[in-house]
Design a protein around this ligand. Sequence first.
Ligand code: HEC
Ligand code: HEC
Ligand code: HEC
Ligand code: HEC
Ligand code: HEC
Length: 214
Amino acid sequence: MTVAVVSVALMAGKMATPAVATDMNDSAEASSSEEAKKHWGKPEKRKRAGLWRDGKAVFSDIQLIDTLGLLKYARGYKPEQPINFSHVIHVQKNNMECTYCHSGVNKSPYATIPAVDTCMGCHKLVKTESEEIKKLTEYYEKGEPVPWEPVHHLPEHVYFTHERHIKAGIGCQNCHGQVQEMEKVEKASSLKMGFCVSCHRENGASIDCAVCHQ
Ligand code: HEC
Ligand code: HEC
Ligand code: HEC
Ligand code: HEC
Ligand code: HEC
């Protein structure tokens, strides 16, 4: 296992970085994007996983894999979360809309993760005795965001926007799978270039390199 991981890692390390610009400041969406980034943060600005967390090692914490970013780009990536949040309870059992919590999704590049305030709108009253809700309340009282571990990562050289896809009527499940059935969110599709481009071909959307590599 370790040997296989290391050799894949070495191969990945050798791959050339594409000569594409990543500056998207000219885009009209830049300001809402900046705001969303502040809210959600990009992976490298967030706290890196250490080898141990709360006294237990999780697979994604193995430094080599984490540093090389191999696992987080893989399909099936399913990181531990600081609070056991379930989409089944909220979406399936309580019929909440995705946009109630991911409010940026139809108006900005980023879907955004809800602030603790959004959760506390209900959890000041709902299930206050639960251990998980007590953890949530602690973040709320300290005025800190919950340090959710991102599940999806696109390399910095790729430009993606939710808004255009949602406005074109593409359902979340096309890219994220059956999130409403996930007790813990996992990455359902590779989000590799081939995945994006084949849908663009099928739907007559642009496959011009500059669309995704601005
Ligand atoms: C009650 C609020 C709430 C609702 C409703 C909700 N989500 Fe979420 N969602 C969250 C929270 C909190 C996270 C971060 C924790 C996690 O990954 O489980 C999250 C994470 C995600 C992620 C992973 C994001 C990433 O890359 O880290 C996806 C994808 C997602 N939600 C899609 C959906 C879809 C699709 C729906 C509707 C079917 C939905 N969510 C409804 C709160 C919600
Ligand atoms: C066409 C594919 C596609 C569709 C459709 C899509 N997403 Fe995403 N989503 C992505 C990609 C790609 C990322 C990673 C973006 C990044 O790393 O910059 C992502 C990231 C996310 C995230 C975490 C980061 C963020 O953007 O704040 C959430 C939450 C999310 N999506 C929710 C949703 C919800 C809810 C829907 C439906 C209303 C949806 N997505 C529809 C491809 C898609
Ligand atoms: C619209 C109201 C509403 C919002 C907003 C909401 N929840 Fe919930 N949540 C519920 C309900 C209802 C339950 C199920 C309670 C039950 O089992 O009786 C629940 C259950 C939970 C549980 C399981 C508690 C347990 O131990 O059984 C957790 C954890 C949780 N929510 C976290 C969150 C987080 C984190 C957010 C914000 C991202 C959030 N909730 C937003 C209504 C809400
Ligand atoms: C399920 C189908 C589907 C998938 C998967 C998909 N797209 Fe799209 N995408 C579309 C469609 C359809 C449009 C055109 C929307 C419109 O006409 O406004 C589009 C538009 C776009 C645009 C705006 C294009 C423009 O002309 O300005 C970008 C950028 C984009 N997609 C990037 C991506 C990236 C990056 C991925 C992979 C992570 C991806 N898309 C995956 C269907 C898809
Ligand atoms: C619809 C969106 C989309 C279009 C169009 C697109 N790409 Fe990509 N590209 C991606 C995504 C997403 C990734 C990152 C995922 C991956 O590594 O496959 C990527 C990665 C790459 C990489 C890095 C590959 C690697 O292994 O690190 C190169 C080089 C590249 N693209 C070149 C191009 C060229 C040249 C074109 C035009 C012929 C193009 N792309 C068109 C979405 C797109």
